[in-house]
Write a protein that binds this ligand. Structure first.
Ligand code: F0G
Length: 474
């Protein structure tokens, strides 16, 4: 192991990792230990703090020439050029010759969403749909990098804890690499579609009695065993892949920085990764300011939003002033199962990214999430419930004057609508019953009346009955 006492601002590199395309570093300012990219660790080996990768940008000769190089690769047939992650390889911590494990992830669309804009009180709103990735969620952009690293380290088995999407993605990429994959799931709390994907991709599916946070704790213990490679977003290589979404988004915005980028928050890997991506573009001079990065959590699973409300921002001048612990939620509750998480592992990185950019961390209720999801559907787009926290949250931020009507806003949708068809069906039939807390704090299912219900209608099998029905407006 190689480490030193370099500060987080000006890390010194050790001789061991000097030839590599970057190094791993503990983000805690009091530690700042650095490690070679080849060290199979997921937290700082000195203090247990979170790790991030510092890429060696001295290898990038002319940052301003990169956008043209990246754009030109879209016309190439080379597998790395066809991937919306590896297209940006100059800013990734891998050797040029590294064999990559890819399903041609990324290159996802940005849509104008006029009905969502109207609903949220904005002049316009754009949706970047990460659900259009090969396994239907944003996890694929991280997993291509993570499994590529697993192969480089000659790992035997990949493992992860998951609320479903990480599992589906890891199972698929491990299958591409011909590696054994084991996933740890909270029994009965994963949608049927996500579970089916993992089974289909040949993973060993292990269900435990407990919630996602219990699975994550077990992964923490398993990570010390050399036979397994942990693919949760605690692994900094995952974040490296996911940060490319910021690059791709800026390219799609013609390098005009949006005022706000809004994402859902669960384990906080996505927000950490986007924050890192934008910060790197700023450092390289490819953008001149950061978009305000805001994170929306479901009300019943919102430990970071709770901490954020209590935070005195004027007292957080640098990373050293960040709180050193998070009060976790022991029994998180939400029908947006993807983000049913009470102890997010990457909360520090996400909080830093939000504060650095001047963003917000707020909550959305079950009703707000459900109605926002149906509104996204009315724009012809569709997403899974967790993704809809974004539009619900934007509406609240506009109402609170935190986002102005004329500002440019991008919401990142994280999962495909078919990830949770039961939720959609229940909403439109009027049988969606999210958990609601009573006066004692106990949770029970409480049906909600969706504002945009659209249930199937029974009709006589005749032309006139159908035309009669169509003459009515809705
Ligand atoms: N949206 C979807 C669709 C997700 O699957 C997740 C996380 C998130 C948002 C939250 O992202 O964790 O990076 O803050 N899903 C993980 C999983 C936890 O296991 O699939 P985050």
């Amino acid at each position: 192991m190689s480490e030193n006492r370099a500060s987080s601002m000006a890390p010194k590199r050790t001789t061991d990792n000097a030839r590599e395309s970057g190094f791993q570093r503990c983000i805690l300012p009091a530690c700042g230990a650095t490690f070679s990219l080849r060290e199979r660790i997921y937290v700082c080996a000195r203090c247990g703090g979170p790790l991030e990768i510092e890429c060696d940008f001295s290898r990038v000769p002319e940052a301003h020439s990169l956008p043209a190089v990246w754009r030109s690769r879209e016309a190439s047939g080379e597998p790395r050029d066809r991937s919306g992650v590896w297209r940006f390889r100059e800013l990734l911590p891998f050797d040029d010759a590294a064999p990559v494990v890819t399903l041609f992830e990324g290159n996802t669309p940005v849509y104008d969403a006029p009905r969502c804009a109207d609903y949220a009180g904005l002049a316009s709103l754009r949706l970047k749909h990460q659900g259009c990735n090969p396994t239907g969620s944003f996890k694929d952009t991280g997993m291509t990098a993570c499994v590529t690293q697993a192969v480089a380290l000659k790992a035997r088995t990949t493992v992860c804890a998951s609320t479903g999407n990480t599992a589906a993605s890891l199972a698929a990429y491990s299958a591409r690499a011909g590696m054994q994959c084991a996933i740890l799931l909270p029994r009965g709390q994963i949608t049927a579609s996500k579970l089916a994907q993992s089974m289909d991709y040949g993973a060993i599916v292990l269900e435990i009695d407990g919630n996602f946070d219990d699975c994550m704790r077990l992964i923490g213990e398993l990570g010390s065993d050399p036979s397994v490679y942990v693919a949760n977003s605690i692994n900094p290589f995952r974040i490296e892949g996911q940060k490319t979404v910021a690059f791709e988004l800026m390219e799609q915005c013609n390098w005009h920085v949006p005022d706000h980028v809004v994402v859902p928050g669960g384990n906080m890997g996505n927000s950490s990764a986007l924050g890192k991506g934008f910060a790197e573009l700023l450092r390289l001079g490819l953008i001149s300011r950061l978009p305000r990065l805001s994170v929306i959590q479901a009300e019943g699973a919102a430990p970071l939003a709770k901490l954020f409300v209590q935070l005195d921002r004027s007292r957080v001048a640098s990373a050293a002033d960040l709180p050193d612990s998070l009060a976790t939620v022991s029994s998180p509750q939400t029908l947006a199962t993807a983000i049913k998480i009470g102890a997010p592992v990457s909360w520090r990185k996400a909080l830093r990214a939000v504060l650095d950019s001047g963003g917000e961390i707020i909550t959305a209720s079950e009703q707000e999430i459900a109605d926002a999801k149906a509104t996204i559907g009315r724009d012809g787009i569709g997403c899974e419930p967790a993704s809809a926290t974004t539009v619900a949250g934007i509406r609240k931020l506009v109402a609170a004057g935190r986002i102005r009507e004329s500002e440019s806003v991008v919401a990142v949708l994280t999962g495909h609508v078919l990830k949770d068809p039961d939720y959609v069906s229940h909403y439109h039939r009027g049988t969606l019953a999210p958990p609601a807390a009573d006066k004692t704090g106990a949770y029970a299912a409480q049906p909600i009346a969706g504002a945009f219900r659209n249930s199937p209608e029974h009709i006589a099998a005749s032309k006139s009955a159908i035309l009669d029905r169509l003459r009515r407006k809705s």
